[in-house]
Design a protein around this ligand. Structure first.
Ligand SMILES: [Zn+2]
Length: 172
């Protein structure tokens, strides 16, 4: 398993949010993407495709699956921002599927997917903001995870993974 705990992603995501004055939940990832020059549209895509990104001559177009839940759409867009900032040198196409870890994925592609996910989590759930919204006095219950997920407009699964990574809760 490749580690995705690099402080690099945490720092770059936090820096980006502060630059754009977006440092409160829920992060407005769509306007952030547009501020970065991405054109974002919601399209009819195969169900297993979360999003596509086409980078050509410096023009960045992102298509998000219109049928997916808003929380997933937000994560997908944050993931594409990660690819754009971390992995795009020159023209490139990214196709993001629900399960990227398939037999075809080379280790390089896998690394990029893990990095883009780590960046997306850091962008949507910055550590400082998550900690600010925790009531550390008492233990974290499922209801707290639900409340946080709602505040940050992410799935409960994404918030759970994030809290595990931040050592707030134990993995199952
Ligand atoms: Zn990806």
């Amino acid at each position: 398993m490749i580690s995705a705990t690099s402080p690099r992603f945490e720092r770059s995501a936090t820096k980006l949010l502060r630059e754009y004055g977006e440092f409160s939940p829920p992060v407005d990832v769509e306007s952030l993407a547009r501020s970065l020059g991405m054109s974002v549209s919601f399209e009819e895509l195969d169900n297993d495709v979360s999003g596509l990104m086409l980078i050509e001559d410096g023009v960045v177009k992102v298509a998000i699956n219109e049928a997916h839940h808003r929380h997933r759409q937000r994560f997908t867009l944050a993931h594409e921002i990660g690819h754009m900032l971390l992995h795009a040198e020159g023209d490139r196409v990214f196709v993001d599927r629900r399960f990227f870890r398939n037999a075809w994925a080379s280790s390089g592609e896998l690394r990029e997917e893990i990095e883009a996910n780590a960046f997306a989590a850091a962008l949507l759930m910055p550590e400082a903001l998550v900690r600010e919204h925790l009531d550390a006095e008492r233990g974290i219950t499922d209801i707290d995870v639900f409340r946080l997920a709602t505040q940050f407009a992410v799935s409960e699964q994404a918030m759970t993974l994030r809290l595990v990574k931040l050592n707030v809760i134990e993995p199952d």
